[in-house]
Design a protein around this ligand. Structure first.
Ligand SMILES: [Zn+2]
Length: 117
């Protein structure tokens, strides 16, 4: 068993942190309205999200926590099954690409570093 971080495995913790932060960049960057702190598991800092993005992150976290490949996979980005439904899968690709590009433009290479390695 891998080490845990407040009830999450290290890989769950990292994946949830990444998707939550990238979605926060997406949400703020698109000026979604009524953003509120959205609590995250594992002792992660809450992120500011609108209602729609909160629903998406809740979905992403639920999928991650019920991953059937937990023992074998290094992280979601290298997954062989892609458990998201088509609409959410399309959205996550858009969020990761858009927010990743924005982080590069803003010099937030620290986030990308954590995402890529
Ligand atoms: Zn939003």
């Amino acid at each position: 068993m891998m080490g845990t971080m407040n009830g999450l495995t290290r890989h769950q913790y990292k994946d949830i942190k990444i998707i939550a932060r990238f979605t926060q960049v997406w949400c703020a960057g698109h000026q979604h309205s009524s953003r509120q702190p959205y609590p995250l598991p594992g002792g992660l800092h809450p992120v500011e999200l609108c209602e729609e993005c909160s629903r998406f992150v809740a979905y992403a976290i639920a999928r991650r926590l019920h991953c059937p490949l937990e023992a074998e996979k290094p992280s979601c980005k290298n997954c062989r099954i892609h458990c998201y439904a088509p609409a959410q899968r399309e959205l996550v690709k858009r969020i990761m690409a858009w927010s990743g590009r924005r982080m590069i433009l803003r010099g937030r290479l620290d986030y990308l570093w954590h995402y890529l390695f």
